[in-house]
Unconditional design. Sequence first.
Length: 596
Amino acid sequence: MFVSSQKLEFTSKVIHKGIKNYKGKFALIIFLGFLAGLLGGVGIGAIIPLFSVLMGQSLEGVDMVTKTVEKIFVFFNVPFTLFFLAVFIVLLFAVKALVQFSARYVNGRVMAEFEAKLRSDLFNKTLGADWSSLLNQKSGFLERVLMNDIYLSGQILELTANLILFGTSLMMYAFIAFNISANITLLTIGFGAVLFFIFRPFYYKTRIIMREASNTEKTIAHYLSESILNSKAIKVFGVENQVAEKAQEQFEKLRDFRTKAVLYRTSVGPSFEPLGLAFAMSLFIIFHKTPGFNAISFAAVIYLVQKIFYFIEGIQGNSQKLGELVPYFQSVLDYRSLALAKKETVGGSLMFDFERRLTFDNVKFSYENGAMAVSGLNFSIKKGEMVGLIGSSGSGKTTIADLLLRLFRLDSGRITLDGVNADEIDLKSWRKKIGYVSQDIFLLNDTVENNIRFFDKSVSKKDITEAVEAANADSFVKKLSQGLNTVIGERGVKLSVGQRQRIALARALARNPEILILDEATSALDNKSELMVQRAIENLKGKVTVLAIAHRLSTVMNSDKLLVLEKGKILEEGTPGQLLKDKDSHFYKIYNIRES
């Protein structure tokens, strides 16, 4: 019961926030709901004088609705005849249909606006989160939250509007029915309230089931995305059946949740019709022998009772669906809170200004698992220098690149630019001046030009052309069917690995960086492609400050300085020539082992 109270409170907060943000539109929906209920109720009430006139009965002593309809006819000087009564009723229901359409349209607009704003907000918050939280992001999870959970969250507002429409219509129909027969109306509303509380436990059970279903959906989305990304390995190792079997377990788990939810949901709605009919028959048996019983009025009240039951059922059903959707909205809010908590620190207000040297001053950094990545790093890079960074796997080479890109916060020490702490420099200004090319190339299924521009509208056509030449990519780009306008396919599948790498290099150069980081940029290339990329890098010497992380020694042999890393520390430092002269140096041993 405690959990249910919490969820009920959370649901009310969601609804209150939604109504507050769209109070103008919800006020319109409330007005339209009352108007639709009034038109429908008066239309049904007008059936009484219609049949009374048809059957030649006197209108004396009839209900207030009949008298009101008669006064309307008198006011507009319209004959109170069968024909005009029929036209009046048809017009009332036609206008009611138009009002309901307007209310539904406004409702749909509210939901669409809510979804769009929430998606945009959540995606921006995700991109604004720090790199460590993005690293821990499960593939397929964000897509599921953005597309599925937000869509279902938007339905909370739609259901809220539906509840308003049902509630206002119920009030107006009850008002009309009360004026025709107060006793029957009160009994009907009381019976509906009893039913609501009888079926209330079903709603809580459904909500719990849907929370489990929501979690299972995300697990499936992650597993499917992971399986597609690793489909090559799955095929090579011949484990397709095992992977499919594991997925099948989750599919069946979700099926069971869905089945249970349907069972609880459908057990409520269909119960209303026979219960409503039994209740109407009971009313007829009780009242048909009472003095002053009017069959026409009773028929109208019974129809109104039926509509009241319909609205009660609608309120009941929408309340149940509302409870089912709360876990999805909770998932969205949890994700948003996590993204906010992990928001990236943008640093100070100074602009990037590099004239002399970049320095790592006693830098220490460890990952979330506690493993020390780099410890006591001290080195400097002069402006215009090319510095090579080599070492065994896990020695901390890529960590240094990530720290230079300010993707992680240092444990201690500092990185300075001409003596200014990097934390005092605006993060966007910092990254705008640093180009980055990694071994893992990310390319869009778009043109060569758009891949180089990469969403940055400040990159001109001239910048792109010059970058293509600087990256030694102009020779093959000119041979493409449409040159820079050639679409290169998903992840650049229509290009060779070497061509993709040079497009990635051109992307970095098009922004005219002052510092260029090459993280294993040639490790996956053949000799010819590597030579093309190396020539492009050599042409940058003296123009751009280059930090080249390399597995292949040939990539860094022309460096102004080499840093040899081991277990997160600099083992030795010097020019390639100096280190090769020292037969006891680590670089000498690596070089000769690989050359022999």
